[in-house]
Ligand binder design. Structure first.
Ligand SMILES: Nc1ncnc2c1ncn2[C@@H]1O[C@H](COP(=O)(O)OP(=O)(O)OP(=O)(O)O)[C@@H](O)[C@H]1O
Length: 611
């Protein structure tokens, strides 16, 4: 027997968020490298170098902001200049018409951009892949045309000059170096926001939604909600940078403020550096901005367009040779070297293993009920008037031939499919029966489900996969990690905690599927063929695990083709054939039922079992 979970501690593991403060070489080297961006131009005193550094800071900040939506949330926008332009125009117009300092005006402009981001994003999230990207371009073009059309306000195609009041209060300077201080501050803000989001519950949720929307829903993540938060943060940050850049350029026109080229450039920096990583957008800008500026400076005068050609060719070579970006290509190796420096590889604080939340309720009461469930797919009736009841503390087995409608029934019992007719009710933590409508609502009420075709978050580690489930009940990263470690230990994945999920064999993936679901601390567990593809030893462990989970008060429904296993764990079995329940009852009685033998088990099974 294990000691009480609270008395034990989780083993130390490495992860991005456990950097261990300033003594960690990843942190101090990043800070040193960043400060060079400020110090080198200052020491040189060259106004060209200062301009290049300001441009790097601006584009690195824009790319970091873009990456929150394009990288973490996987929503590839090529219309981000909408927010940049709103930031620039909003701030300039507030100075011009209301005499508001840009230090103040940039905030309402950022708020407006965040709201516009939400208004554009919400309807567009339904669009997939290139269609989403095309929609963002369309919104950008419409905004640019509107800015030209409403010339009375924006200055139209002729443009708008920012009121030139020198001094810190108005963000207008004769010495370029002051711009560098502000640009550097904005870069720190964007990087800080990006780092914080990536290492928070929101960051994990965004990655989960990006990788596998269904598994994210099953873990109780509100997909639209988290994407909306990402787009608002991304748009707001972009607008802040746009506001500053407008003050730096001192001239705004729709062509440059709502520019498709700028939107593409910003996305390119993130792609080149490493999309979905915190440092990638900065590295992309660090590499490409000086290249672009140098090409413009050296070749611009030689032949018209030559600098663009050289710059474009360099981009093509980089993207072709490093499709995963700089961080994806070199990050792991360089990270390994850095970790060998003093203070490297520091483990995060050791957290106590969290016990699961207790499941409360009366033994034997109904916890999940599907009534008269009909689900049609065109002319096919996949479930035809199916009624099932799950009682507290029981294991209900569901068997039947391939295509009988078992998974379709599961999808209705967990909110993934709306029944064509019939109802599903779940007993919530308050003891009342409720009728949730969405998968995330089902999950929050305590319904956890696995998928027949496993849905791992391949690029996350085993532990991070389980943490995605644990975040449903624990908002803090340390608590979610501790809860995930307890589950990893429970399902026998502790040794593989730091392995990327895509490297697991099918047996491990099945266990991971169960672990992620268990981490949501369900009171009702729906298992869809979790023993398929498992070795005999793994099957026995899974059987023992399901029993232990039931003994902790969780009610279980298991779809299974492994008759030996399902017979040994089930208190009751329901048999489905052609969308209808053909038998229901105590396992030994069900396998003797003639209809079940004819539809599913066959005479061979009867002979083999000596029934
Ligand atoms: N989204 C869908 N669109 C159309 N038909 C579907 C859909 N999902 C399931 N079906 C059909 O509904 C029927 C029941 O499928 P279901 O996956 O529920 O069966 P099952 O009992 O789980 O089968 P198996 O044991 O092979 O997993 C099948 O004929 C299947 O092709």
């Amino acid at each position: 027997m294990d000691a009480p979970a609270t008395a034990r501690t989780a083993p130390a593991t490495r992860s991005a968020e456990g950097l261990g403060g300033l003594t960690n070489p990843r942190v101090y080297l990043s800070l040193i490298a960043l400060s060079l961006l400020l110090i080198l131009p200052l020491v040189s005193g060259s106004s060209f170098l200062i301009h290049v550094a300001v441009t790097i800071c601006v584009f690195a900040a824009l790319a970091s902001a873009w990456n929150i939506m394009g990288g973490f949330a996987g929503q590839l926008s090529l219309g981000h200049a909408v927010f940049y332009g709103i930031g620039g125009y909003g701030t300039a117009l507030l100075i011009k018409h209301f005499g508001l300092s840009p230090w103040i005006g940039m905030w309402p402009a950022a708020l407006l951009a965040a709201l516009v981001g939400a208004a554009i994003g919400y309807p567009c999230f339904r669009l997939r892949g290139p269609f989403f990207t095309l929609a963002t371009i369309a919104f950008l073009q419409v905004t640019r045309l509107l800015a030209i059309h409403f010339g009375d306000v924006t200055g139209g195609a002729a443009g708008l000059i920012v009121p030139l009041n020198p001094g810190w209060a108005w963000m207008i300077f004769y010495e370029k170096v002051n711009y560098l201080y502000i640009a550097f501050g904005l870069l720190l803000l964007a990087l800080g926001a990006s780092w914080w989001i990536r290492n928070s519950r929101l960051g994990y949720a965004l990655i989960a939604v990006r990788e596998r929307e269904e598994a994210a829903l099953a873990a109780g993540i509100n997909n639209s909600g988290v994407k909306l938060r990402a787009v608002m943060a991304s748009a707001g940050l972009t607008a802040l940078v746009g506001a500053f850049h407008a003050m730096y350029l001192t001239f705004l026109e729709p062509e440059t403020m709502f520019s498709l080229t700028l939107s593409i450039e910003v996305a390119m920096y993130a792609l080149i550096g490493g999309i979905g990583t915190v440092s990638g957008p900065l590295l992309g800008a660090l590499l490409v901005v000086p290249l672009a500026e140098a090409a413009r400076g050296w070749l611009g005068g030689q032949a018209s367009g030559l600098h663009g050609f050289v710059y474009g060719a360099a981009l093509v070579i980089i993207t072709l040779t490093m499709p995963a970006g700089l961080v994806g290509t070199f990050g792991r190796r360089i990270g390994g070297w850095i970790d060998r420096l003093p203070g490297g590889g520091a483990a995060p604080a050791v957290a106590p293993l969290l016990p699961p939340r207790p499941v409360e309720g009366r033994a034997g009461e109904t916890v999940l009920e599907g009534r008269n469930l009909v689900r049609r797919f065109g002319g096919l009736v996949a479930t035809n008037d199916v009624s099932v009841t799950l009682r507290r503390g029981e294991i209900l087995g569901i068997i039947g031939p391939n295509g009988a409608g078992k998974t379709t029934l599961f999808n209705q019992l967990s909110g993934f499919l709306a029944p064509s007719s019939g109802t599903v009710a779940v007993r919530g933590p308050d003891g009342e029966m409720a009728a949730p409508r969405n998968p995330d609502e089902f999950a929050r009420l305590g319904v956890g489900r696995t998928f027949q075709i496993v849905q791992p978050f391949g690029k996350l580690t085993v532990l991070e996969n389980i943490m995605i489930g644990a975040f449903l009940r624990h908002s803090g990263v340390a608590e979610a990690r501790a809860a995930a470690l307890r589950v990893a230990r429970q399902v026998g994945l502790e040794e593989l905690a730091e392995v990327e999920a895509r490297n697991l064999p099918i047996g491990g993936l099945k266990r991971l599927e169960v672990a992620r679901t268990l981490a949501t601390e369900p009171s009702i567990l729906l298992l869809d063929e979790v023993m398929a593809g498992q070795s005999q030893a793994d099957t026995q462990r899974m059987v023992a695990l399901i029993r232990a989970v039931r003994d902790s008060g969780v009610s279980v429904i298991a779809i299974e083709h492994n008759m030996h296993a399902i017979m040994s764990i089930s208190d009751r079995i329901v048999v489905i054939d052609s969308g209808r329940v053909i038998a229901e009852g105590e396992p030994r009685a069900v396998v003797r039922d003639r209809a079940v033998i004819e539809a599913y088990l066959g005479e061979d099974y009867v002979d083999a079992q000596g029934l």
